[in-house]
Design a protein around this ligand. Structure first.
Ligand SMILES: NC(=O)c1ccc[n+]([C@@H]2O[C@H](COP(=O)([O-])OP(=O)(O)OC[C@H]3O[C@@H](n4cnc5c(N)ncnc54)[C@H](O)[C@@H]3O)[C@@H](O)[C@H]2O)c1
Length: 366
């Protein structure tokens, strides 16, 4: 898998205590990497980071990415072979409550990681995670391409557009020079779902928090469509891109979209699929529709992933039914079946995902 590039390598994951960071950590440990993490806190209770006992399996540093001196010191000390930068304030509604700290963390936090790498200048491959929301969303029906302008009406989207500009600047000003030992690429993926997410104001965590405690789920935008994908899909893209960038210098500085190829499904469609894998017991009304939010939330946003296919051979692996099944089963294991060893359960889901990928000749799995 991934040409065995990660075996024995030092890999730093920022945002390692979050949803995507925890899955990425479990996967990197399976791939034989020595994992280091930087986050400012464990962001939720419960958290997959805790349930999987990841603190004991990696070297974890608690730092704020707004603190350049600490980030610089840690990167100089660890000298990671790979960096996956995921640390961010990732919630649109929170960005309206606290725009300045969202902009600081997501833009300057990205600048601080890149600056620490520039100053250290050891050999390192850095994969920077932004978002599909980095694009200037003109609400058209076509998929956004990596050459489309970045932008953003809400502070979260602007922060991710800003992060993209910073990454581009660091590439053109520093990392493309012959004396640079750092290679960098940015990745733009959309809404991900999967077991182990407990972030606020996201539909899937909201659903299982409610259903896990036998309560009705309130939804505000049942017809909103999103390019839902399982968390392992973009992670396969990040890991594949990291392995490719490590081996192919010509990918330095490139941005990539990682999204589904299937049509987008509405919130209502997605919930209907999730409910098929959940035992409701006495709960009479699993879902109730309520007033929409008072702030602007972007409508349709679709990614064009032709570049990832052309340059990297990357394609997503699973269809929406498989995504819903794996997601609901993970939460059922935690809430309904009382599974204590969620690390083994998560590893088993990873094995299942890799085996589906192999059976479909997905490039990173073969
Ligand atoms: N989850 C999604 O649907 C989605 C979609 C597109 C992009 N993304 C991006 O993927 C990345 C990970 O998202 P997630 O869903 O795992 O979010 P999450 O909230 O679960 O995790 C965020 C992580 O960043 C850390 N963090 C936040 N502020 C920090 C700071 N100031 N200093 C250091 N660490 C800090 C948190 O402690 C946590 O480890 C983010 O960059 C997010 O914007 C997520």
């Amino acid at each position: 898998m991934f040409n065995d590039v990660y075996q024995g390598k030092k890999v730093l994951v920022t945002g390692n205590t979050g949803f995507k960071g925890s899955w990425l950590t479990v996967w990197l440990l399976q791939l034989g990497a020595e994992v280091y993490g930087i986050s400012n806190e464990v962001p939720t209770t419960p958290a997959m980071f805790d349930l999987c006992g990841l603190r004991e399996r990696i070297t974890y540093f608690e730092h704020d990415v707004n603190d350049l001196a600490s980030i610089e010191r840690r990167i100089a000390e660890v000298r990671p072979d790979f960096v996956f930068h995921l640390a961010a304030q990732p919630i649109v509604s929170i960005s309206y409550d606290d725009p300045v700290s969202t902009l600081a963390t997501n833009i300057m936090g990205t600048a601080h990681v890149l600056e620490a790498l520039r100053r250290s200048n050891h050999e390192c491959t850095a994969i920077m995670i932004t978002s599909d929301k980095c694009y200037d969303n003109v609400e058209w029906v076509w998929g956004y391409r990596e050459t489309d302008p970045v932008g953003g009406r809400d502070p979260y989207s602007a922060s991710k557009g800003g992060a993209e500009l910073i990454i581009k600047t660091y590439y053109h000003s520093f990392f493309k020079r012959p004396e640079s030992n750092v290679r960098v690429a940015s990745t733009r993926a959309g809404n991900v779902i999967g077991g182990g997410d407990w972030a606020a104001n996201r539909i899937v965590p909201d659903a299982f928090r409610a259903w896990g405690t036998d309560q009705t789920l309130e939804i505000r935008a049942p017809r909103a469509t999103r390019p839902w994908q399982h968390v392992l899909e973009p992670l396969s893209g990040y890991l594949h891109l990291g392995a490719q960038l490590y081996q192919r210098k010509e990918l330095n500085g490139e941005p990539y979209n990682f999204g589904p190829v299937e049509r987008s499904y509405s919130v209502r469609d997605l919930l209907a699929k999730l409910t098929q894998h959940w035992e409701f017991g006495a709960l009479e009304q699993p879902i109730r529709e309520v007033e929409p939010p008072g702030f602007h939330e972007a409508g349709l946003l679709k990614l064009n992933c032709d570049k990832a296919l052309h340059d990297l051979g990357w394609l997503p692996t699973m269809n929406i039914d498989e995504v819903a099944r794996l997601t609901a089963k993970w939460y059922a294991a935690h809430y309904r079946e009382g599974v204590q060893d969620m690390l083994s359960y998560t590893q088993a889901q990873l094995d299942e995902y890799a085996s589906i990928a192999r059976s479909r000749n997905i490039v990173w799995a073969t």
